[in-house]
Every structure is written in structure tokens, then in C-alpha cells.
Write a protein that binds this ligand. Structure first.
Ligand code: NAG
Ligand code: NAG
Length: 354
């Protein structure tokens, strides 16, 4: 599979990969199908599996899961504000959520592999960025999540991006809490370099990382160069197979859903403890892994089943996944503090499975 194909798939949420079994393609591509419009409100385009504790509405549940992942980052020490990178933001709903928080990011960067997503996200940001976030510097990138250091200089995961002749940047970051900026006449955008640089205080990935496993660990390594030293936090949601082996048809089905070759599925950590150990071995600290299955699978499958027809079949498939013991987990990790003379981060850029 070519890189671009792989990457396009890499950003599609699980539901989209699940649905081809039952739903025709034209329906697939528009999350509007699931985002029931609320009277008097904007049509949303959420595309995640939702957190269903207090609702049975798809857009509200999807919003709740996105918010829950932000809250999870805050519990881990992300103080709000700062520099945020959202990878796999789809149509951009989570970007608006970051902007609508009580302390909007100073810099908000989005990365998606689909230019249609970038365009759509930009258009809702243009229309709906809340007043309180008017001075947030927003930068959207259309690129693979796999940063290629030899090709892709203007990539948010390029840790060296800011070191190449952008002078304004140093000024802008001279003091964490006193960002120096001037407003332009028009939109009140910051006039820092066009590429507001890392480091990021938060890298956020909602329902988009599943497609990296088992390359998850090397992928996470590529985030380290752009995470703030000692305090940069990464949060994401992931899916773990049941601890016991899968039957053949199931592993085939699931390997299709996750677009991971079947043998690779067995490489996944069998328990949350093992998962945690794996990240710690790679030098992540303050690793927390929570099982969110209960709030996700059931509500999601019931919502789909309630729609009848082909969605019902997708819902039944989700129901089976839950019964098999698949887990929906949230992961949080911090970058270990490194001294200036320690260059291992950079050495790991683009590292492949060893
Ligand atoms: C933004 O946040 C406020 C308060 O936190 C909330 O009342 C409002 O509904 C939010 N707006 C959107 C579009 O989510
Ligand atoms: C599956 O595992 C093989 C062997 O470890 C690896 O080379 C390959 O990249 C993996 N595939 C994916 C999609 O991660």
C-alpha cells in the first residue's frame, strides 16, 4: 500500500472503516448522516464513537468524548492555553472545542491527511471561532502523520522547523506567559511567523490512532521532538483487542477494520499494565491508561442499532466487538525531561520498527 493510501486510511475513524460492510460509500463519507441536527443549532460533523453517559444523541456524545479527552489531559497537568496540536481532527469539531475552552490555546495546530477536511475545518473556524479565542493563532496542515524528515520540512512534527531562520519565534516564546504580539488590522490574528513553532504543551488525538498499531510506539516517538520538555503531554484514545486470542474470522474482520495485517494484531499489549510498561520502556513518564469501554461501546452500538437498516448492522458489529472483550482506552503520557546535551529525541525521528 502506498504511503498516501495508508495515511488516508490512518485518519479515518473506526466507524468509517467498519461501515463499508453495510453502507454505501456515498453515505460513508459524510458524518452528517450520524450528526442529527439539533433545532436552531449548527449542523455538526463529529466523527468519533462518543461518550454516552449522559446522552443518547450522537453529536452530543461525540462532543462529550472529545471534551473528556481534553479533561483527561488537564487531569494530567495540561493547564489550558499554550500550544496545542490536534492530529486527525476530521471536519474540525474538536478544534472548535479547544477554542471554546475557558483558556483557549495560544497556538492551535491541526493536522489531517485529507485536504477536504482541512478546508471544511477552516471554514467552520472562520465562522464559529468564539470571541475569547480570537487571538489564538491557528494553523492547519494537510499532511501525513508520518513525518518524513528528508521531505517534509513544513510539518508540525518537524522539531527543527522553528530553528530555520524564523526570528520572530524566539521573541514570541521568550516568556511563556507573556506572549508578545501585535494584532493585524483585520482578523486579530497574531503576526508571529506563519509557522508558529513547537514545542507543544499538548498533542491530542481522538479516535484516530488505531491505524498505527503496531507501529504505535515508533509513531509516538516522532512526537517527542515537538513536545515541551518535561511537561508536554500527549493524550489519545486507542482500542485494545481482548487478552485471549481471536478466532480466525474475527481477527480477519478486525484486521480489516483497523487496516492492520492480521498477524500484527497479536502484537498488541494484552493488558493495560503491559501497555503502560511498553510506553515507560520507551521513555514516557506519568503514563496513565484508563479503560473507557463502558461509556463508549454500548451507547454507540445502541445508537446505531436504533437507526435501523444498515446502521443497525454496523451497530450489531460494534456490539459483538464489545462482547468479545475489546477495550476502548484513553492514554496519557508525558515527555521525560531531557537535558540540552541529550539528543536521543532527534535520533529517533522517523525511526522504524526495530
Ligand atoms: C462554549 O462553551 C460555553 C461555556 O463553557 C458553552 O455554554 C457553549 O455551549 C459552548 N459553545 C459551543 C459551540 O460548544
Ligand atoms: C505489521 O508488522 C510487520 C512486522 O513487524 C511490520 O513490518 C509492518 O509494518 C506492520 N504493519 C503495519 C500496518 O503496521
Amino acid at each position: 500500500m502506498g504511503t498516501s493510501t495508508y495515511v488516508a486510511i490512518a485518519f479515518l475513524p473506526l466507524i468509517i472503516l467498519l461501515a463499508p460492510y453495510y453502507i454505501e460509500p456515498y453515505q460513508l463519507w459524510d458524518p452528517v448522516a450520524l450528526n442529527d441536527k439539533v433545532e436552531g443549532q449548527r449542523q455538526t460533523k463529529w466523527c468519533n464513537m462518543g461518550w454516552w453517559e449522559d446522552t443518547n444523541s450522537f453529536p452530543l456524545a461525540a462532543n462529550a468524548l472529545a471534551q473528556k479527552l481534553i479533561d483527561f489531559a488537564k487531569e494530567g497537568g495540561y493547564a489550558g492555553g499554550g500550544n496545542v496540536l490536534d492530529i486527525g481532527h476530521g471536519a474540525g469539531e474538536s478544534l472548535l472545542l479547544h477554542l471554546n475552552s475557558s483558556a483557549p490555546p495560544r497556538h492551535l495546530h491541526g493536522l489531517t491527511s485529507l485536504s477536504a477536511d482541512t478546508k471544511y475545518a477552516q471554514s467552520i473556524l472562520d465562522q464559529y471561532t468564539p470571541e475569547k479565542a480570537i487571538s489564538t493563532n491557528i494553523e492547519l496542515y494537510t499532511a501525513s502523520a508520518h513525518f518524513n524528515p528528508t521531505k517534509d520540512l513544513n510539518h508540525p512534527l518537524n522539531g527543527m522547523k522553528g530553528f530555520m531562520g524564523e526570528q520572530k519565534r524566539d521573541l514570541a516564546y521568550s516568556d511563556e506567559d507573556e506572549l508578545l504580539f501585535e494584532e493585524t488590522g483585520g482578523q486579530g490574528q497574531l503576526t508571529l511567523g506563519d509557522d508558529a513553532p513547537p514545542p507543544y504543551d499538548l498533542v491530542y488525538m481522538l479516535d484516530s490512532i488505531y491505524h498505527y498499531p503496531p507501529s504505535l510506539i515508533p509513531f509516538l516517538q516522532t512526537l517527542k521532538p515537538v513536545l515541551g520538555n518535561g511537561k508536554g503531554i500527549v493524550v489519545y484514545t486507542d482500542i485494545l483487542p481482548p487478552p485471549k486470542g481471536l478466532s480466525r474470522w474475527k481477527s480477519w474482520f478486525v484486521s480489516y477494520i483497523l487496516s492492520v495485517p492480521s498477524p500484527n494484531l497479536t502484537d498488541r499489549p494484552a493488558s493495560l499494565e503491559e501497555y503502560k510498561g511498553l510506553l515507560e520502556k520507551e521513555g514516557w513518564k506519568a503514563v496513565v491508561i484508563e479503560d473507557w469501554s463502558k461509556g463508549v461501546w454500548k451507547g454507540f452500538s445502541q445508537n446505531l442499532i436504533g437507526r435501523g437498516g444498515r446502521w443497525e448492522k454496523v451497530g450489531r458489529a460494534v456490539e459483538r466487538i464489545e462482547k468479545e472483550g475489546w477495550r476502548f482506552v484513553a492514554v496519557r503520557a508525558k515527555k521525560v525531561q531531557q537535558t540540552m546535551s541529550h539528543h536521543s529525541d532527534f535520533g529517533n525521528i522517523g525511526r522504524c520498527k526495530s
